[in-house]
Design a protein around this ligand. Structure first.
Ligand code: NAD
Ligand code: WQD
Length: 341
């Protein structure tokens, strides 16, 4: 069976993808510097699947250190999750974001080139559609103008990967544009564990539910949307992880660059998220309406037809599943992976 290197594989999406790849028979190797994750997540992946995962604690920017991973293993494909992802922080610290996100990509591509690894899947984002494109987004739309350095790193990395593939006809690249991943594995053993105050909606809601935060502030209710709050394409992280298994099957058999949206195609508003979370879990989420957050688009959602047509993938989980599984993870792990807190 093929061996897949997950760069940044100890993180939220990488850990869930590890479970699905291992369950599908792939061997998984994780390289991570644990800057936004911890080894405990990998131990739990092993518990869920009953399979072992080889890990390397390495900064993927550091090409010399990364070379050991390529030297010591016969890799069939790489999935590149390793990146910094906090939009607000990227505005404060643009150089940190450009350095980390671009350098990890360059080091991986250079090592792949040197060791003859010809398949890469990249964690891109719906953010590359920018401000200009109309919803629902389709893959052939031109990349747009981003409102923050995080988004620009994704635009730049897509370009780098496309150029690398043009220069090396054997290189197979899949760009996966994630929409808004939420939820957790149905076991409640792995989930999203943000450090500090959560930037994203669902982890914030979960921390209010568990009593770590007092109340949610809903950023703006005067948008031109059905209920005045922003609408997003929330996708269960297990559906997203299964999309990666299909993408691995695909990347191993093809060459060139292919782009896929990974979303449900159905948008929900902030209010609908709060209402559904309250209803399925029987918990009140105290909330207030506040000012708009800079850079937020009123609506973002996918046309997900291409992934169905080409990969045979579509989402299976409902918004109720996403809310239930988030709470199952959060209530079993009130302090995330840090049980000592
Ligand atoms: P995450 O922070 O949980 O996972 C990223 C992992 O990469 C972490 O384990 C972190 O320690 C590791 N990492 C970062 N820099 C590294 C480096 N230099 N060397 C080694 N390891 C490094 O984030 P996630 O939510 O799992 O996201 C994974 C990828 O998907 C990221 O590239 C992110 O930008 C992208 N993405 C995420 C979302 C989302 O909403 N979660 C949406 C679109 C795209
Ligand atoms: C969702 C909605 C907020 C928090 C971000 C990145 C994107 C992608 C996914 C990450 C918005 C509202 C939020 C809160 C709120 N990449 N909200 N109160 O902004 O759609 O996407 O994450 O790697 O690039 O931009 O997701 O979860 O932050 O916000 O009202 O406390 O919830 O205004 O409408 P977003 P989000």
């Amino acid at each position: 069976m093929s061996t897949i290197l997950l760069a940044g594989g100890a993180g939220y999406i990488g850990s869930h993808t590890s479970v699905e790849l291992l369950s599908s028979g792939y061997d998984v190797i994780i390289a991570d510097n644990y800057s936004n994750s911890c080894p405990e997540a990998v131990r739990r992946v092993e518990k869920i699947t009953g399979r072992s995962v080889k890990t390397y604690e390495v900064d993927i920017q550091d090409k010399t250190a990364l070379e050991a991973v390529f030297r010591e293993n016969k890799l069939d494909a790489v999935i590149h999750f390793a990146g910094l992802k906090a939009v607000g922080e990227s505005v404060e610290k643009p150089l940190l974001y450009y350095r980390n996100n671009i350098d990890t990509t360059l080091s991986l591509l250079e090592c792949m080139n040197e060791y003859g690894v010809k398949n890469i899947i990249f964690s891109s984002s719906a953010t590359v559609y920018g401000e200009e494109n109309p919803v629902p987004y389709t893959e052939e739309m031109k990349r747009g103008t981003c409102t923050n350095p995080y988004g620009w790193t994704k635009v730049m990395m897509e370009q780098i990967l496309e150029d690398a593939s043009k220069a090396d006809k054997e290189l197979s690249v899949v760009l996966l544009r994630y929409f808004n991943p939420i939820g957790a594995h149905s076991s409640g053993m792995i989930g999203e564990d943000p450090q500090g105050i959560p930037n994203n909606l669902m982890p914030y809601v979960a921390q209010v539910a568990v009593g770590r935060r007092e109340k949610l502030t809903i950023f703006g209710n005067d948008y031109d949307t059905p209920d005045g709050t922003c609408r997003r394409d929330y996708i269960h992280v297990t559906d997203l992880a299964k999309g990666h298994v299909k993408a691995v099957d695909y990347v191993l058999k093809n060459s060139g660059v292919e782009i896929f949206n990974l979303g449900t195609g159905t948008p929900y508003s902030v209010t609908e998220i709060v209402d559904t979370f309250e209803k399925v879990n029987g918990i009140k989420i105290p909330h207030v309406y506040g000012a708009r957050r800079a850079g937020d688009l009123p609506e973002s959602y996918a046309n997900a037809d291409k992934a169905l047509r080409v990969l045979g993938w579509k989402t299976e989980k409902t918004l109720a599943d996403m809310c239930r599984d988030t709470w199952n993870w959060q209530k079993n792990n009130p302090n995330g992976y840090n049980t000592a807190e």
